[in-house]
Design a protein around this ligand. Structure first.
Ligand code: FAD
Length: 408
């Protein structure tokens, strides 16, 4: 006999677990099938916006590792400047801990999560959706694909077309003698110019750094090469004397040892290479035609292509789409209307418009990156506007509207 549920969710990432939590809290019989065993590594810089913390139905303070107020900006490690904001710009966390925390919240609210159980296939029929995992068969009234950028659910319905793809590379570098970052430093590094479209980040956590870069998938090779170049230089970028702030910011040559300049390749090559595993993953950015829902089926988060086309962030939209999905699933179960046209409309209105604007902002920024870099450097009110977007207090729409690039 098949086990029967109101809702089955494929994937216990932030989107799946938050949805599982909301449904179970409201006595909707929910099962999550997750292919991995938690806690597990997830390719992600682990930056979470202020607005995401406001959206979550509970406090996640215990998994926040650093509050970030400042940014060291550079262009291929030159032309460095520093900006600070009076409120946290973002918060950093470790995805192992965040995802585990969210899954435990879902379980505590009554949701069942089967870890180590991958969803393989599904079939929609009149009574519901038959879900086939690698261990069992289930029957559910509704199936949700919250299974990320390479979603089994979206792939079957969308055939993996109609989505823009950003690729992100990440190295997780433990803080030790070779790699340091002052524990009191509440800043991140954003480096531009290493690739045509995209940027490199260094996000400090409690015990490690996330160093990574991202951009269009066609530039994958350049992105990987640039990340390796940067990581080789890293020990000179940020040492215990806070080199980045004290030396680069003042445009002084690196003269700590042997009068060496940081851009001197031969010096870098003499040092033992830092050897880290480079991880890569996709950030899907939806188009109008990316799959969203069908009868008895809907997808959320990365599975719906809800990545930001400029920053590559996806946590906010993953959780926002789960909130919308929760409302629509509750309506569907009470009305027995499983078409999800309300979900389609709400995602388009509340999320897709902003994604479209993020793609437009990305085009504008990367058409004249030096101009906008210098604008952030020299114009404090422009930086403050960017800070409010990073926090989520303002949207891309506000910026485009100010620049008179869209109709009101
Ligand atoms: C390099 C990089 C850096 C990033 N940095 C940031 C950042 O700093 N801030 C930010 O907001 N966003 C960032 N993102 C994006 C962010 O990671 C995603 O948008 C976010 O994880 C989406 O959440 P989700 O729950 O939709 O999917 P996921 O977090 O991908 O979770 C999906 C879950 O489904 C499971 N799963 C997959 N297939 C199946 C299956 N067939 N059966 C069962 N389970 C399955 C997976 O194991 C996983 O646990 C980054 C992405 C990348 C690639």
């Amino acid at each position: 006999m098949e086990k029967v549920y109101d809702v089955i969710i494929s994937g216990a990432g932030p989107s799946g677990s938050v949805l599982g939590y909301l449904l179970s809290k409201n006595n909707i019989n929910t099962l999550i099938l997750e292919k991995e065993n938690f806690p597990r590594y997830k390719v992600c810089a682990g930056g979470i916006q202020w607005k995401t913390l406001q959206l979550l139905p509970f406090d996640i303070n215990e998994v926040i590792e650093r509050k970030i107020y400042g940014i060291y900006f550079s262009r291929k490690l030159r032309d460095v400047f520093y900006k600070k904001y009076h409120e946290p710009l973002i918060y950093t966390l470790d995805r192992r801990k965040l995802d585990d925390f969210l899954a435990k919240k879902a379980i505590a609210s009554g949701c069942i999560i089967n870890f180590n159980e991958k969803v393989k296939n599904f079939e929609i029929n009149n009574d519901g959706v038959k879900v086939y995992s690698e261990k069992n068969n289930y029957l559910s009234k509704i199936l949700v694909g919250a299974d990320g950028a390479v979603s089994t659910i979206s792939k079957k319905l969308n055939k993996d077309k109609n989505v823009r793809k950003i690729i992100g590379y990440e190295i997780e570098a433990p803080l030790n003698n070779a790699v340091s970052y002052p524990s009191s430093d509440d800043s991140i590094i954003l480096d531009f110019g290493g690739m045509q479209k995209g940027y490199l980040w260094v996000f400090p956590k409690k015990d490690c750094l996330s160093i990574g870069d991202g951009g269009p998938i066609k530039d994958a090779l350049y992105l990987k090469k640039y990340l390796i170049w940067f990581v080789k230089k890293y020990p000179f970028v940020f040492n215990e004397q806070n080199f980045f702030r004290n030396v680069l910011m003042n445009n002084i040559k690196y003269s700590h040892k042997n009068n060496i300049h940081i851009h001197d390749e031969s010096y870098c090559n003499k040092k033992p290479e830092l050897k880290y595993k480079i991880n890569a993953f996709m950030i899907p950015v939806r188009t109008q035609r990316t799959f969203l829902c069908d009868i008895r089926i809907l997808v959320t988060g990365d599975a719906a292509g809800l990545g930001d086309g400029f920053t590559g962030e996806g946590l906010y939209n993953a959780i926002f789409s789960s909130n919308i999905a929760f409302e629509c699933i509750a309506n569907a179960l009470s009305s027995s209307n499983f078409k999800f046209s309300d979900y389609f409309e709400k995602i388009n209105k509340e999320i897709y418009k902003n994604i479209r604007n993020s793609v437009l902002i990305s085009k504008i920024f990367f058409s004249s990156p030096v101009f906008y870099y210098k604008l952030i450097k020299n114009n404090d009110s422009f930086f403050n506007a960017c800070a409010r977007i990073l926090r989520g207090e303002k949207s891309y729409y506000d910026v485009l509207n100010k620049l008179k690039l869209i109709k009101i």
